[in-house]
Design a protein around this ligand. Structure first.
Ligand SMILES: CSCCC(=O)C(=O)COP(=O)(O)O
Ligand code: MG
Length: 261
């Protein structure tokens, strides 16, 4: 694949994580199974703590919203091994979280709980954030050229900071100028990119967004943000039209900033 030039006035790069900086397999085969394996224990252990109560509260609000939209989680008959109200409430949360994960939902409620659960796994060294080899050298180069680098992922800001703070290349958090998650809006909505532009404090055309998902690319384009689609092993196949429409890269090394050393 050929090099792709960033527009002359580029001041910021906005990076997606899953499928862009990080293999999809890390999320699907390591991060998500960890949640499925530890969910019930985690909720039982932390149920009375404020942070967990807030996570459960947000999940319940999401369930209400889903019910209004007729997107509710299928209700199963209560398991006979469940005795107390607390056990029953935990089972309901577990069922809802597993259902959301099976559908790869990107709700803020789900992502917030996941971020809190991964904390222990990263801190103990059980999980390290995977990064493609080209990612950190390229970010260092861009920073040296005076660009700002931000993250925008459906994973919560806390989950993002864990991934980069405990990465296979060590703590690389200081390379980033800021983090955005779905609390600013969904990644498939143009409004979210307008809000990010305001928060960064520049014009949309000064930002280039790197993502693997064309629905996200389309939303960013609608907001006037420049877009590059990242093609990594295991990412969703692009249609011929998408291949023709978007600038594509398979490695961050293909991005060129003309007019700066
Ligand atoms: C930040 S790590 C968790 C990844 C995650 O939960 C996710 O949904 C990734 O979505 P992305 O927007 O980075 O493709
Ligand atoms: Mg992605």
């Amino acid at each position: 694949m050929a090099t792709v030039s960033l527009p002359a006035g580029t001041s910021s790069l906005l990076l997606d994580i899953e499928g862009t900086t990080t293999p999809i397999t890390f999320v699907k085969d390591i991060l998500f199974p960890y949640i499925r394996e530890h969910l019930e224990d985690y909720l039982s252990t932390h149920w009375e703590e404020d942070e967990c109560k807030q996570d459960v509260h947000l999940l319940k609000k999401q369930i209400e919203e889903d019910m209004k939209q007729n997107r509710s989680c299928p209700v199963h008959t209560v398991d006979q091994t469940v005795h107390t109200d607390e056990e029953k409430a935990i089972r309901e949360v577990v069922e809802n979280v597993l259902w959301q994960m099976a559908a790869d939902r990107k709700s803020t409620a789900l992502k917030q709980l996941q971020g809190h659960m991964w904390r222990a796994a990263y801190a103990s060294g059980r999980i390290k954030g995977e990064l493609y080899h080209d990612v950190i050298p390229a970010i260092k180069r861009w920073k040296g050229q005076g660009l700002k680098v931000y993250i925008y992922s459906s994973g919560s800001v806390e989950a993002q900071k864990l991934l980069f703070g405990y990465s296979v290349e060590g703590d690389v958090l200081d390379l980033f100028d800021g983090h955005f998650d779905t609390t600013i809006g969904a990644k498939v909505e143009a409004k979210s990119y307008e809000r990010i532009t305001q928060r960064i404090g520049c014009q949309p055309e000064e930002i280039t967004f790197l993502t693997d998902v064309t629905r996200e690319a389309k939303a960013a384009e609608e907001a006037g943000v420049n877009v590059v689609v990242v093609v990594r092993p295991g990412n969703m196949e692009l249609t011929d039209d998408e291949r023709a429409h978007y600038n594509l890269i398979t490695s961050f090394n293909q991005l060129e900033l003309t007019g700066r050393d």
